[in-house]
Design a binder for this molecule. Structure first.
Ligand SMILES: C[S@@+](CC[C@H](N)C(=O)[O-])C[C@H]1O[C@@H](n2cnc3c(N)ncnc32)[C@H](O)[C@@H]1O
Length: 197
């Protein structure tokens, strides 16, 4: 279905917001987001995961939702329209929307004002794109915090080992001494930042 056709159906209540994760990946993300107080999702799309993270996070927590939401054929971002409406249905804490790329958002003083207990990277999946997002956001993860990267592993029906984001994960992310890998599921890699004295 085209983006415009899906948007019209969603407006009419005939289609749900689209998600980009498998059920197992979504459950894993929710488990790691549960009770966290400062979270970020990089790459929001239609907000299906954002809404689940908002529901799982601690009462009074803040979730940063980062996406440039480029304008589409209708002259506005249908993804943004859907995401903001879907995420507003969940009453928990606050969501800070940042309509920028991951790299630009990482330089925002509000973003840099504290460490993150949970970051979900799901924006750029090329080798250089994931490098840009990893270099921008991995330093913002607090000691003991979790960072999960989508489409970072080859999986049945998903990406192959040749895809840039999978190669960058194998070449760089899993070898990064600042983090330990704690879980993988489908195309998702979950790491925890080691605590340094
Ligand atoms: C795979 S979708 C995200 C799916 C979403 N996390 C979910 O679980 O439903 C990728 C999103 O990344 C956004 N995006 C593209 N380039 C980006 C960038 N440089 N920084 C942040 N987000 C970006 C796109 O606009 C798109 O909405």
């Amino acid at each position: 279905m085209s983006v415009v056709a899906h948007y019209v159906k969603w407006r009419l209540g005939l289609a749900a917001a689209e998600g980009a994760t498998t059920a197992a990946e979504a459950d894993c993300l929710v488990r790691h987001a549960c009770g966290k107080k400062r979270l970020a999702e990089i790459g929001v799309w239609q907000g299906g995961t954002t809404a689940r993270l908002r529901a799982a996070m601690a009462p009074g927590a803040t979730l940063f939702a980062v996406d440039p939401f480029p304008k589409g054929r209708l002259g506005f971002s249908t993804q943004r329209a859907i995401a903001t409406r879907e995420v507003a249905k969940i009453a928990n804490g606050q969501v800070v929307w940042i309509r920028q790329t991951a790299a630009d958002a990482s330089r925002d003083p509000i973003v840099r004002s504290g460490g993150f207990e949970f970051v979900f990277l799901d924006a750029l999946h090329t080798y250089d794109g994931l490098r840009e997002d990893w270099e921008a956001w991995s330093p913002l993860v607090a000691n003991g915090g979790v960072i999960a990267i989508h489409d970072s592993r080859a999986s049945p029906g998903g990406h192959s080992e040749d895809v840039g984001g999978v190669r960058f994960t194998n070449d760089v992310i899993v070898k990064d001494d600042r983090f330990e890998m704690i879980e993988t599921i489908d195309s998702l890699t979950v790491l925890r930042r080691r605590t340094v004295a």
